[in-house]
Design a protein around this ligand. Sequence first.
Ligand SMILES: Cc1ncc(C[n+]2csc(CCOP(=O)(O)OP(=O)(O)O)c2C)c(N)n1
Ligand SMILES: [Mg+2]
Length: 318
Amino acid sequence: MSTVDLYRTVRLIRRFEERAIEFVRSGEIVGGIHPYVGQEAVAAGVCAALRPDDLITSTHRGHGHVLAKGVNPARMFAELMGRESGLNKGRGGSMHAADLSLGILGANAIVGAAGAIATGAAWAQRRRGRSTVAVSFFGDGAVNEGMLLEAFNLASLWRVPVLFVCENNGYATTMPVHSAVAGSITGRAKAFGIPAFSIDGQDPEKVLAATTAAVDRARAGKGPTFLECRTYRFDAHHTFEHRARLNYRSTEELSTGRSRDPVEIQGARLAAEDRTAVDAEVEALLDAAAGIALGSAHPDPAAALEYLYATPMPGLRR
Ligand SMILES: Cc1ncc(C[n+]2csc(CCOP(=O)(O)OP(=O)(O)O)c2C)c(N)n1
Ligand SMILES: [Mg+2]
């Protein structure tokens, strides 16, 4: 992927999230979101290394992952707004975005759970003779969840073509990593014989290079890789925090963290006029996307339970 394309992706995610936060404030998005602002380089760099048929699992902070994997922003805005034209017909909302046609097995709000799903999916594809790779995104909060460690074990033992991408943004909600994680994050994967690297998660090019090497290794049948992407969450854990004033990060820490901005890091690699052109292109795309979403119908309340289960489910009574 070119320098410009990587910039377009980080800029698209940033502006999508900033607009989504505004839609929470205006009440168009009900309930709130977990903003991905600050972490864009991880989604952009990882997904740039993937083929369209490669698989990903996502998290509660997942808008960036699905946009980088190719979801149309209009369908994602509509999903967040609970509209019928949403990615999942407005039934999934922010934390359950899925699109099997794009290899998106689904966001998952159960911290650490999707590592096992990605491992199983990658193993199934390998057994079918396909060269598909699966990526599981998760946060630093997931590294103490037993399910993830069980996934490491089988992934390593069976040389499953899966990548474990830990977005270490320093916090699980308000809990700092150093108060929650004994030993080291990469040490967990190494204990299972999985090659593990700690990389700069603010630079899209570095994330792309590390992911490309890991994907090549997985496709060659050599098994999983673990990437700890050191990043920083610029905004709130969840938009509720805008009102809650939890004060768990100092002003100094916030300004140091925000000084390494992935949009600026990648943007500085473009000629000024190219950057301006991409910014305008992204705004036009998001203007149109927001317009489509706002103009879409809400689902009929009588159909609220449709599409929630594999239908028809034997024995399921309505
Ligand atoms: C198994 C489980 N435990 C607790 C929660 C509540 N919870 C939601 S988000 C979150 C913090 C997750 O932190 P991290 O994995 O670092 O991701 P981040 O929010 O920083 O992106 C917690 C504890 C949950 N969703 N699932
Ligand atoms: Mg975290």
